[in-house]
Design a binder for this molecule. Structure first.
Ligand code: BDR
Ligand code: CA
Length: 313
């Protein structure tokens, strides 16, 4: 039997973040110790509220949700209402959450939780800008060797960027935080756009969520139909990319993904390419290998897993 893996989800919901959270909460292989919100897709006041809405939708009002950084380390916050709507979670009509926001700051929660666990036993799942994680690493450097790993949605290389021609949104919003994380020595598994642009929420796949007929299935279909509106126009394909659930799916079924270990460096100087993840895929430098960079996904297997798991909630 697979051991239950303890995770913290750091997130900026966002419809795809929401689906990732639902997937984690539906999966007995994972124990979600807490959810930490960060400013990203929308400002912090909305991302923390959206995280609580999703926990309640999943029937988990007991979940610890902590608010973290309200802006990136150095740069001004860039948000993505053009993708996610004004609330960040447009699409379904979800009630205002009743569960409380925890008092402790997300960065304190991350530091204290990592320090309280045996080294190597806790995984951080990052679905948004890396501000909270960088702050935690700076605030308490002793956490770096204790974190079992970071599985992140972020970056892109062969696919280019989605917020600028060169940069993916999560890394572009806080490139300085991403730089701290990639230099931290923590083992990283990276789900870049090169993977997530192959995980398309086609009409048939969205219908499958709707056909679950449950509040979770209906809300998921409504969320994905909303973000699709924008993605179709942008990418002109059969459905929008479902980015963040790839992180959780990796923990459940790593064999759904394939990639290689290499160096990832983050551009923090050039305005033109700010937040670009420079991936040494062909090992043309001697820079240290700091991430396992995924490039392939079994998209059929991924959506089958997702639909089956959301059906459990
Ligand atoms: C990432 O940016 C956000 O808009 C999504 O939630 C995802 O985490 C994709 O670039
Ligand atoms: Ca996100």
């Amino acid at each position: 039997m697979q051991q239950v893996r303890k995770i913290i989800i750091d997130t900026d919901p966002g419809q795809d973040d929401a689906v990732a959270i639902l997937l984690a909460l539906a999966s007995p292989e994972l124990e979600v110790l807490g959810i930490t919100a960060v400013a990203g897709n929308v400002p912090l006041g909305l991302t923390e509220k959206n995280a609580r809405k999703i926990c309640e939708l999943a029937g988990r009002p007991d979940m610890k949700v902590h608010a973290g950084a309200g802006r990136p380390l150095v740069r001004d916050l860039v948000t993505a209402e053009h993708v996610h709507g004004k609330s960040g979670l447009d699409g379904p009509d979800l009630p205002e959450p009743e569960m409380p926001l925890m008092q402790a700051h997300a960065v304190d929660f991350i530091v204290e939780t990592v320090m309280a666990h045996e080294p190597g036993t806790l995984t951080l799942c990052t679905l948004g800008p890396l501000t909270n994680i960088a702050l935690a690493l700076v605030r308490e450097p002793r956490i770096a060797p204790r974190i079992g790993g970071i599985v992140m949605m972020g970056g892109g290389f062969f696919e280019g960027g989605n917020i600028t021609p060169a940069a993916e949104f999560n890394i572009h919003v806080d490139p300085h935080a991403a730089d701290v994380v990639f230099r931290s020595g923590v083992p990283i598994v990276m789900m870049p756009l090169d993977v997530t642009h192959k995980a398309l929420a086609t009409r048939a796949r969205v219908d499958a969520f709707r056909e679950l007929g449950t509040p979770v299935g209906l809300a998921t279909a409504a969320m994905l139909s909303f973000s699709e509106r924008f993605d179709k126009e942008k990418y002109g394909n059969e459905g929008g990319p479902l980015h963040d659930p790839c992180v959780i799916a990796y923990l459940l079924r790593p064999a759904l993904f394939a990639g290689r270990t290499c160096n990832v460096s983050v551009e923090t100087a050039s305005e033109l390419t700010m937040g670009m993840t420079v991936i040494d895929w062909w090992h043309v430098t001697k820079r240290p290998h700091n991430a396992q960079v995924m490039r392939e996904i079994d998209d059929e297997g991924f959506f089958a897993l997702l639909t089956e798991r959301l059906g459990r909630l």
